[in-house]
Design a protein around this ligand. Structure first.
Ligand code: ARG
Length: 350
């Protein structure tokens, strides 16, 4: 496959190097955002007469067909591409001919990947906010049923004063409400459109980032091109907010695990959210709660990876930044799965 940047090179890339620097295996997750971002970019190029309206139309149509084809599973991504951005550009050019190459006008993969990541994360944050809302609702409903359920309140894990179960559950509502606030805050700083920054110093083409931002539903524009291509603060902020949500889930899980022991015997987990043992049939294991408690560590690990990736980076884009994706994807996926399992596990406890 011809490389976007192959012009000044005489030798082929070493195969080990090829495998090492390719990000397609994980950044293909961004294909939808990459295509939508490219459609907005192409339309803007057409409106600004940077490319002809006919070329813009051809590109947009090609991109739309790629999106439909990929979503239906009719198109496969050529796995030898360096990343999702070059891969889709290659597929577009194969489809619409030389006009496909015009899509790269006034854009670099550096501002493109920043855009894709922001679009992806905005959707993830919206989804996670919804999951948090659902969880808060379940906690409020359960608390309402247990206004008179008396239980021991603990300090030092020693019986201290009696409290109600409602009181205990509402403590978690406070935590998850703070989490929701942190996500909203992080969303505002994710909702910034970086296209137009080019590789690092903008472009001499008369681009109009406002048009792209309006089409893609962004509320703000990046103000400094060097920052636009190298900023991953929003990724760190999200991972930090996710780490705290996992802490809250994990603390709750720890209590559920304790409460379900024969020693405490406060609760019984529903069969649908527990597992058993072949050799010890008396057991009912709280695996879901244990797994959430266990997965909290992966999210902390990703947060530390992201912080470490950024700490020594000179401006502007550096390839180190490619390491942001696996960490971010794993944080979002782990958090969503944990929230999805936690709520019904809690709602079905006796
Ligand atoms: N795959 C790269 C990443 O994820 C995209 C940007 C690469 N840009 C470059 N000039 N090498 O960060």
């Amino acid at each position: 496959m011809a490389k976007l940047w192959g012009g000044r090179f005489q030798k082929k890339t070493n195969q080990l190097m090829e495998d090492f620097h390719s990000s397609l295996s994980f950044d293909q997750k961004l294909y939808k955002y990459d295509l939508l971002g490219s459609m907005a970019h192409a339309r803007m190029l057409g409106q600004q007469k940077i490319i002809s309206p006919a070329e813009a139309e051809k590109i947009v149509k090609g991109l739309e067909e790629l999106l439909t084809g990929l979503e239906a599973g009719h198109i496969e991504l050529p796995q030898e591409a360096e990343d999702i951005h070059s891969c889709l550009e290659e597929l577009l050019t194969a489809k619409v001919g030389p006009a496909g190459k015009m899509l790269h006008t006034a854009r670099s993969r550096n501002d493109q990947v920043a855009l894709d990541l922001r679009m992806y994360l905005k959707d993830e944050i919206k989804e996670i906010r919804q999951l948090l809302n659902d969880l808060i609702r379940t906690l409020l409903e359960t608390a309402e049923k247990h206004l008179d359920t008396i239980m021991p309140g603990y300090t030092h894990l020693q019986r201290a004063q009696p409290v109600t179960l409602a009181h205990h559950l509402l403590a978690y509502v406070q935590m998850f409400e703070r989490d929701r606030g942190r996500l909203e805050d992080c969303y505002r700083r994710t909702d910034v459109m970086p296209l137009g920054a080019g590789a690092l110093a903008g472009t001499t083409f008369p681009v109009e980032p406002k048009i792209v931002a309006a089409e893609l539903g962004f509320s703000a524009l990046a103000k400094n091109s060097l920052d636009a291509v190298s900023d991953r603060d929003f990724v760190v902020e999200f991972a930090a907010a996710a780490a705290l949500i996992m802490i809250h889930l994990s603390r709750f899980c720890e209590e559920i695990i304790l409460w379900s022991t024969a020693e405490f015997a406060f609760i019984e987990l529903d069969d649908a959210f527990a597992t058993g043992s072949s050799m010890m049939p008396q057991k009912k294991n709280p695996d879901a709660a244990e797994l959430i408690r266990g997965k909290t560590g992966r999210v902390f690990g990703s947060l530390i990876s992201l912080l470490t990736m950024l700490k020594g980076l000179p401006l502007a884009y550096n390839k180190d930044l490619q390491e942001d994706k696996e960490a971010l994807f794993d944080v979002a996926d782990t958090l969503k799965k944990s929230l999805l399992v936690f709520r019904p596990m809690l709602a079905t406890i006796k």
